[in-house]
Ligand binder design. Sequence first.
Ligand code: C2O
Length: 557
Amino acid sequence: MDSWVRVLILVACLYPVFVECKVRRYQFNVVMKNTIRLCSTKSIVTVNGKFPGPTLYAREDDTVLIRVINRVKYNVSIHWHGVRQLQTGWSDGPAYITQCPIQPGHSYVYNFTLTGQRGTLLWHAHILWLRVTVHGAIVILPKLGVPYPFPKPDHESVVILAEWWKSDTEAVINQALKSGLAPNVSDAHTINGHPGPVSNCPSTGGFTLNVAPGKTYMLRLINAALNEELFFKIAGHKLTVVEVDATYVKPFTIDTILIAPGQTTNVLVAANQGVGKYMVAASPFMDTPVVAVDNMTATATLHYSGTLAASPTSFTSPPAQNATPVANNFINSLKSLNSNTYPAKVPQTIDHSLFFTVGLGVNPCPSCKAGNGTRVVANINNVTFVMPTIALLQANVFNIKGVFTTDFPGNPPSPYNYTGTPPANLGTTTGTKVYRLPYNATVQVVLQDTGIIAPENHPVHLHGFNFFAVGRGLGNYNSKTDPKNFNLIDPVERNTIGVPSGGWVAIRFRADNPGVWFLHCHLEVHTTWGLKMAFLVDNGKGPNESLLPPPKDLPKC
Ligand code: C2O
C-alpha cells in the first residue's frame, strides 16, 4: 500500500461514521492550559488543550489504542468509564488498582476492544481530583449497517455536564483532608465547558445547540461532575430516553432527566416547537438538607435556525434541589430494552449474595484542628479503603505479597438499624481488602445507605461489568420480603447506580471478566474519603477466560 493511502486511512479512521476501521488510534497529550471561566483566568490540566476533552469515536467491535503522554507535574491515569475491558484489565485505568500511574514525562498505550456495547460512555482521569477537567466522551456507534433500535435522529451532539472551581481543585481537597471536614463546593456547573451567563459575570458565554425546525436530535448526555447529581431539562421540549450507560432502554418520554456523576444518557429531542431560543438547564439534585451543594444552574441555548437575533429566550425553571419525586419519576421509568436482538441476561440464581453498607464515619485525627481532632471518612461495610502503593492487579499477577488481603466482608461486621438512630461509635476500620470471586460466579450486591452523619444518595460505580438494578427501596433492606418484588425480567442495565438517600438498591452481575475491579462511590469526595473496595475475579479455564499478559509499557510505581 502506498504510504499516502495508509495515512489517508489512518486519518479517515478518526471519523468512523463513514468508514469501516477495525483499529482506531488516538493520542492524548496531557498538558496544562490557560482558560477563562466566570471572568477569571485559570491554568487547568487538559487532554490536548481541550476542556471538555476530545471525543473518542469508535464502532462496536473496534479495537481502540490511545497513547497517553503525561506532560504535567502530576501522576496521571485515564479510565474508560463503562468500557467492559474483557480480559484487558491492564487498560482500565484506576491508579493503584489496575496500574501504577503514568509519571511526568512518561507515556502508556491503553489498548482495548469494545465488545457488546454501543452508546455513550465517558473517559476521565482516575487519580487525585484531576478528572474535574480531564474528561471527555466515548461514542460507540453500532457496527456498520446495524441500525439503532429507535428512529434514526437527523443529528447527534455530545453534551457534557461538569463542575467548575475558581481555585485549584488539588488545593481544595488537600486543604479539606488537613481539616478533616468537607471540601468547598464548586463555583459553577458547566454544559460543554460553559456555565452560561451568571449574575456576577453576565458576559460569560454559553453553549448553543443549533437546530432546524422539524429535525430530531440525539443528545449524548454525560455527567462528568465530581460531586453532584444533576437534573437536565430543556424549556418547551420533551426528552425521549433511549439509552443509558451504553445499553438500550425501552424508550420513554419525560420532561426532566436525572444524571449522576459517571452516568450517561442518550435522549432524542424533536425540534417541533415554534422558531426561537429555548433555555437548557442543568441544576443540582440533593435531597439531604445538611449536605452543601453548589446551587448554581448552568444554562445553554437550543437555537432554532431562522430565529431573529433580538427574540427573547423561553425560560424554564429547574426542579427544586430536593425534588426527590422528579428524580424517582425518571429512575422508575428506566427498563432494559430486552428485545430479541438485545436481551437482558439477568442472573436468575446467585452464587455470592453480598450486603454492603455505604456511608460515612468519623475517625480520630489529632492534627485535624478544624475537625476538633476528628475527620470525616467513608466506608463500605465499615472498612475505609486504604490506597496501596503498588497496583492491586500487578500485585496479584506478579504475586507481590503484603499489598492487599482477600478478607473484605460480604456483610456488615456488626449489624445495626442502618437508617435509624446511628450507633454510638461512628469509627471505621481501615485496610486494603478485596472480595474474591471465582470466574463466572453470579453475584448480587445489596447496597444499603446508612444514616451516619446524614443519609445521602451515593452513585456507586462498578468497573469491568454492567449490572442489572433488580430492586430499590427506602429504609432497611429486608432479605425476606424485598426480593419478592425484584424485577428479573427487564431491569435497567448500567455501570453506575444511585443508592437512594436512606434506602437501598440491589444489583446483579456475572463475574465473567478476570481481573481486579474497583467499586466505589462516584462522588469524588466520597471516593477520597474511602468509600471504595475491589473485586478480585480469578481466571477461568484456558486463555479465553484469562486476563491477557501485562503490556510491555505498563507503568512502574
Ligand atoms: Cu468513572 Cu472508578 O470511575
